[in-house]
Design a binder for this molecule. Structure first.
Ligand code: NAD
Ligand code: MG
Length: 394
């Protein structure tokens, strides 16, 4: 039996992971599941999968979790340190599917225990790629990409010589507003930004898809994971989301990864790697699909892409600062304190400020320094954003 832990089990990726392992209960022993406020879901899954431990990120919800698990013998815990301890429990395969920079420390803890880390949490690589990779190597651990584009690249690159790779292309659906007039974007609401044309995902990554910040993070993720130069990675808008990525070789040949827009493919690939096993995803019928379309991303519509180039050129801890500013700006957009276009403006201004502080950006890649850069990015973003108003009880 393989010992499995799922960080972020109650989210979109976590639930798809559970869907796969629940189909084969004799193959997996579930060590730990973690979640947030969704205590009912967390407890139900922990009971159904016979997990040893369930952890909520929120200390204030510990009693609720204990109550939901009472009489089951399943341990309950809460808070950021408990998430790290859950990740450190003995496991062969750990899914990193917490959203945002909050996923970094638990994922890193799993790597330090030598686990295979299935990495959905792209923010870990954006904030601390070098740290994640060096710790994986030092502890004989492995990271497998779960982001669909990066899983696609990983699959297309299997058995290839990286020296013959000229470029990689990652595709983008274009998100909720790809066909909106650019002038209308300033009026876009959080509800409108939270619907995705092709993928069913958590709210935050869906908004990031509308703004292309998701693709910006993925450019950095691809650079870190596959050791590519920034100018070797291209973004192509592909509204059907069926080609996930392509690898272009020096001889002009391209290998494309094609598949349905269902994250259970990439999750299942990482779960079964290095083998392949049958997965419950749709089989594509190309005669019915009839055509695939492509367009270049418009830099005016999607300023996040230029922000990614800037971060890749600057390097150091600029990814951690950028991601933190982006997370804060998204909170402000969701709260209706700023408009849709203001998110990229805030992130740019925070990067301006960070670039004036080389001692911050060029500090060593330790977890403390990365978390310090994250805190600085949040604080600068809050300086830039309209203050939170309201009840004052938050
Ligand atoms: P989600 O919002 O649906 O779920 C997030 C999970 O993290 C939940 O279990 C939630 O309880 C937990 N969580 C939230 N805040 C937390 C915190 N502060 N501390 C600890 N746990 C916290 O997110 P998702 O869409 O499943 O995305 C998860 C990760 O996978 C993200 O990094 C995302 O970029 C990546 N990803 C998602 C998809 C997708 O299809 N959803 C595709 C590619 C990559
Ligand atoms: Mg993706």
């Amino acid at each position: 039996m393989r010992r499995i832990t799922i960080l972020g089990a109650t989210g979109s990726i976590g639930q798809s992971t559970i869907d796969l392992i629940a189909r084969d209960p004799d193959a997996y022993a579930v060590e730990a599941l973690t979640g947030g406020h969704n205590i009912t879901q967390l407890a139900q899954d922990a009971i159904r999968l016979n997990a040893k431990l369930a952890v909520t990120a929120h200390p204030g919800r510990l009693e609720d979790l204990r109550e939901a698990l009472s009489g089951t013998g399943i341990e309950a815990a809460a808070g950021p340190q408990a998430l790290i301890e859950a990740a450190e429990r003995p496991a062969d395969w750990v899914m990193s599917a917490i959203i945002g920079a909050a996923g970094l420390a638990p994922g890193l803890a799993a790597l330090r225990k030598g686990a295979t880390l299935a990495l959905a949490n792209k923010e870990s690589l954006v904030c601390a790629g070098r740290l994640m990779l060096s710790e994986a190597e030092a502890h004989n651990a492995r990271m497998l990409p779960v982001d669909s584009e990066h899983s696609a690249l990983f699959q297309a690159l299997a058995g290839e010589d990286m020296a013959s790779v000229e470029r990689v292309i990652i595709t983008a659906s274009g998100g909720a507003f790809r066909d909106w007039p650019i002038e209308a974007l300033s009026q876009a609401t959080p509800e409108q930004a939270s619907t995705h044309p092709n993928w069913a995902m958590g709210q935050r990554i869906t908004i990031d898809s509308a703004s292309m910040f998701n693709k910006a993070l993925e450019l950095i993720e691809a650079r870190e994971f596959f050791h590519l130069d920034p100018d070797q990675i291209e973004v192509l808008v592909h509204p059907e989301s069926l080609i996930h990525a392509m690898v272009g070789h020096v001889d002009g040949g391209l290998l494309a990864h094609v598949g349905p827009a269902d994250m259970r493919h990439a999750i299942g690939y990482a779960l079964n790697w290095p083998e392949r096993a049958p997965l419950p995803v749709e089989r594509l019928d190309f005669a019915k699909i009839a055509q695939l379309t492509f367009r270049a991303p418009d830099p005016v519509r999607y300023p996040a892409l230029e922000i990614a180039q800037r971060v890749m050129r600057r390097g150091g801890l600029s990814g951690a600062v950028m991601n933190a500013a982006k997370e804060e700006a998204m909170d402000a957009f969701i709260d209706r304190r700023i408009g849709f276009n203001d998110m990229a403006r805030t992130v740019s201004r925070v990067l301006d400020r960070a670039e004036g502080d080389p001692s911050l950006l060029d500090a060593d890649f330790t977890l403390d320094n990365v978390l310090g850069a994250d805190q600085m990015g949040r604080s600068w973003a809050r300086d830039d954003l309209p203050a939170v108003t309201g009840t004052g009880t938050a």
